[in-house]
Design a binder for this molecule. Structure first.
Ligand SMILES: [Zn+2]
Ligand SMILES: [Zn+2]
Length: 423
């Protein structure tokens, strides 16, 4: 059975998150989005794991569901579905290695509360797990991998948003040039990588060293509306063992749903304070210095990928899973109405569309455009049709500034091999 999974999210106990990032909120919004398996996020946080233990109960092997008494009747009939939770967390490792300060974020998934609690116990001797849902530890990423493997053989560590300049394994500012440099002899225990919002699989296909790894995508959501802005499609049983096997071997892993990488906030190079956005070529011409203030620019993901790549743009490894780029439905509606994405008008249209047509992923990927039109929103139908054909334009994001989508500007994005229907 094909289903959508989002493993990397944050709870209300992480910094700058919505109070709706509760078990109930994740349960409700996963249904609205069309996600079947959702990460709990933040299992390292003592209060959050307490709440999870109180509100969740075992479902399919190694996964959990929300206890009935916590399920409010707030999901439209058209979207109702069973939701499974998988225990997940993100840890920020800050440490020195090979004479440089390294900052590497890693996701961990675990098969049971006992396993998560054992990992937490070890980590709590290194730093304060209560300080943030995504704890910052003075721990080598390789040391974290070792702890995870020792405490739970069935757990999996996945380097997070691997290209982000400041906090990732390949980041331009504080990362490494290869997985081996980070994980040494433990590198074979890394089976999957999260490509992050600012890169898509096609960009990662340029590195032959990543061919054997499963390239996954998650929302890293801090509020429920952002759930599934990137996600994974699995064609497997809904169980922890099947998910683990799909992530480790790629078998049963059908592909990903992607943000347009240009929309990601670290795609291009630049300097946010000066409003300067540069292509990699321009950055090199300016000697990596901001043409306005003269300080060093933040080197984005596109540039960093090109630097480490050993293949030309456009190469697709044999058997690489497919992917689709999407624009979140609320952004599409906002663009058609020329209003802010958080406005009431957007919410009204969003609610009506979901009531009529089903969950958001169905609307973005599957529902015939004519049905969207018939629902009373011809402009949304037109926008979805343009998105499905990649006929949109995007001013790229840089140095922490999100890119800006323009759906109704007639620019065809460069053709990308590997974008096929996922369902
Ligand atoms: Zn992170
Ligand atoms: Zn500047």
């Amino acid at each position: 059975m094909k289903y959508i999974a989002d493993f990397h999210v944050h709870s209300k106990y992480s910094r700058a998150t919505s109070p709706e990032m509760s078990p109930e909120g994740l349960w409700r919004w996963s249904q609205l989005k069309g996600i079947k398996v959702v990460g709990t996020g933040d299992f390292t946080h003592p209060l959050w794991i307490d709440e999870l233990q109180k509100k969740l109960e075992p479902a399919a092997a190694g996964l959990f569901s929300l206890k009935k008494k916590f399920r409010a009747d707030t999901v439209p009939k058209s979207c109702k579905a069973d939701i499974s939770f998988i225990l997940s967390a993100e840890i920020s490792c800050i440490y020195r290695k090979n004479d440089k300060t390294r900052k590497v974020h890693c996701i961990v998934i675990a098969p049971a509360f006992d396993d998560a609690l054992r990992i937490n116990k070890r980590l709590s001797t290194i730093g304060n797990l209560s300080a943030d849902g995504r704890p910052i530890l003075g721990l080598d990423a390789k040391g974290l991998l070792k702890i995870v493997m020792e405490e739970s053989p069935e757990a999996l560590l996945i380097p997070a948003h691997i290209w982000t300049p400041h906090f990732s394994v390949f980041g331009a500012a504080s990362g490494f040039d290869s997985l081996e440099e980070c994980f040494d002899e433990l590198t074979p225990h890394i089976h999957a990588l999260e490509t992050g919002l600012s890169s898509d699989p096609a960009m990662n296909w340029r590195l032959s060293s990543l061919d054997t790894l499963t390239l996954i995508s998650n929302s890293d959501a801090h509020s429920p509306r952002k759930l599934g802005r990137e996600a994974n499609i699995l064609d497997a049983e809904i169980s922890y063992a099947s998910i683990l096997s799909a992530l480790k071997t790629g078998r049963g892993f059908s592909g990903t749903i992607e943000f347009y990488p240009e929309e990601g906030k670290y795609h291009a190079d630049g300097h946010r304070a000066c409003g300067v956005c540069l292509s990699p070529e321009e950055t090199i011409r300016h000697n990596y210095l901001c043409p306005v203030c003269g300080r060093k620019v933040t080197v984005g993901v596109l540039h960093r990928v090109a630097k480490l790549a050993d293949r030309d743009d456009g190469f697709r490894p044999k058997g690489a899973p497919s992917y689709r780029s999407i624009i979140p439905l609320e952004e599409i509606i906002a663009e058609t109405r020329k209003v802010g994405v958080n406005s009431k008008a957007v919410e009204n249209v969003y609610t009506k569309l979901l009531d009529d047509l089903g969950n958001e992923f169905r609307i973005l990927l599957e529902v015939p455009v004519e049905d969207i039109e018939r629902s009373g929103f011809p402009q949304v139908a037109e926008a979805v049709s343009r998105m499905r054909a990649n006929r949109i334009s995007i001013a790229p994001g840089y140095d922490g500034e999100f890119g800006r989508i323009k759906i109704f500007e007639e620019v065809k994005r460069k053709e990308v091999k590997g974008q096929e229907p996922l369902f």
